[in-house]
Design a protein around this ligand. Structure first.
Ligand code: DQQ
Length: 480
């Protein structure tokens, strides 16, 4: 019998005014990485790293939910739980799902005494219950010729009649690595070589750290993408995309960038292809309040909104919120053609709330800043600034005054954005109480957390600095 979601902590959870309302999360307790994303008989399945025993990372199970539309989710019984005396006795860590000729199959990292090994489980009842393979672990040890700092997580795909698998790793003194394996059966694996290796000593275009968690490898347009999450000496950094040519079972990236400029607030992402041929990604949205605050509230971790991937003009991976999210829209307000004077903030009448979608098109002064304030208190003591700095060509999410609670994370996020001639700044913002997902000009995203303390920190404003700003149009929807 599988354990169920523990709901005895629901009282503090339900009464928390910072708990998101339309993002996916379990009824209570801890969530981290998305796992095993797959569409099966038309239904979307999401598994995720889950601790039923509290709002902390421990005794990791696989939670499970299904959706007809990527937006409305229904909880199903826990899919995987640690089994004493086996390679996953201390946790069922991250992995993926594949369709093995009609048999739903999970490949995940069993955790035992701090060591992770590849394990397999299958389902014969339509992904509801899972039987672990008696021969686990399916890969008993890492390659002997590599000195690894860590070794876990899986991306599995079918190519030319065989199975291929990447495992995340870090090579001592060299950097992150995605190790490539091949199999005919999914149960016996032959190690080939690294698909791609980073350089821990290089900072251009981006430092890729000492170890890569959660590799995810897929074709996008005419390129291949390896996404990994940078882990270094027990710290989580950011998710990156390496885009390039896949030849001779190796990836040669020519574009490397952060997937989301909220850094660890969009971590361990995983993607899958649906029947419409769309590559869809979810990521784990980290918490920005203390572990004590998370434990007191009885929940931790949120799943991002579904994002559709595409290749941008410079070969980078772009993420757009899935159009299905429009189903959440209710009351709509529009403002058009407003000039905001230099160093003014215009609080928008009739637009306020903590569960909102905003689309704002702005033209900044040549060297000025323009942006949107959310969760703005009437006396401005709390506010989060989402802005474009035209001189620096940067998008910034400034959390300096996001919360009067000084124990929450107040650091700013910055993303580069070069606009074409005459191109306005187009912010697409999803606010869900403590979650903020910001998409700008269809090219970059910044995901983060904010923890306002005042019940009246609900206002929305448009502001300009160092020159006036034209607000071409702003659409706001209350989301349900
Ligand atoms: N989370 C999992 C690991 C993975 C990490 C454990 C990334 O498998 O490396 O919960 O957040």
């Amino acid at each position: 019998m599988n354990p169920q979601y523990e709901t005895d902590r629901e009282e503090p959870v339900a009464s928390d005014p910072l708990r998101p309302r339309y993002h996916f999360l379990p009824p209570a307790n801890w969530l981290n990485d998305p796992n095993g994303l797959i569409q099966w008989n038309g239904t979307y399945h999401m598994f995720y790293q889950y601790n039923p025993h509290g709002a902390f990372h421990g005794t990791i199970h696989w939670g499970h939910a299904v959706s007809p539309d990527l937006v409305h989710w229904r909880h199903l019984p826990i899919a995987l739980a640690p089994t004493p005396g086996t390679p996953d006795e201390d946790g069922c860590w991250s992995g993926g799902a594949v369709d093995d000729d009609g048999v739903p199959t999970l490949i995940y990292s069993g955790n035992r005494q701090g060591v992770q090994r590849a394990c397999l489980a299958t389902s014969v009842d339509g992904l509801l219950t899972w039987q672990k393979y008696a021969g686990n672990p399916i890969i008993p040890a890492p390659p002997t010729d590599l000195d690894l700092v860590a070794y876990r997580d899986h991306s599995v795909w079918r190519e030319d009649g065989l199975w291929y698998q990447l495992m995340g790793a870090g090579i001592q003194g060299r950097g992150g690595a995605a190790l490539l394996y091949r199999s005919a059966t999914l149960r016996e694996w032959e190690y080939l070589h690294p698909l791609c290796v980073g350089d821990i000593h290089s900072y251009t275009p981006l430092w890729t750290g000492g170890m890569w968690e959660c590799p995810d490898f897929f074709a996008l347009g005419d390129r291949h993408v390896l996404s990994v999450s940078v882990w270094h000496q027990e710290q989580l950094y950011y998710s990156i995309a390496m885009v390039g040519a896949y030849q001779n079972y190796q990836l040669v990236p020519n574009v490397v960038h952060k997937l989301d400029y909220g850094d660890r607030y969009f971590y361990a992402p995983q993607s899958f292809t649906d029947t419409q041929g769309r590559r869809i990604m979810f990521g784990w949205i980290y918490e920005g309040r203390t572990s004590d605050a998370q434990m007191a509230r009885g929940w931790s971790g949120v799943m991002s909104l579904p994002r559709i991937l595409s290749l941008g003009p410079d070969g980078q991976v772009c993420m757009q919120p899935a159009p299905e999210l429009m189903a959440l829209r209710s009351e709509h307000i529009q403002h058009r053609a407003i000039e905001v004077a230099a160093n003014q903030a215009l609080v928008l009448p009739n637009v306020s709330g903590d569960a909102l979608e905003l689309q704002a098109e702005l033209v900044p002064a040549a060297d000025g800043c323009c942006g949107v304030l959310v969760r703005h208190a009437p006396d401005s003591t709390e506010q989060t600034r989402i802005l474009y700095n035209a001189a620096a060509q940067q998008v910034i999410v400034d959390r300096a005054r996001a919360s009067l609670d000084q124990s929450t994370d107040h650091t700013a996020h910055t993303a580069p954005l070069q606009r074409g001639p005459g191109e306005p700044v187009r912010f697409h913002i999803f606010l869900d109480r403590s979650v903020l997902e910001v998409f700008v000009n269809g090219r970059i995203s910044i995901t983060t957390r904010i923890y306002p303390t005042r019940p009246d920190s609900l206002g929305v404003a448009v502001f300009a600095e160092r020159g006036a700003t034209q607000l071409l149009q702003l659409d706001a929807w209350q989301l349900q």
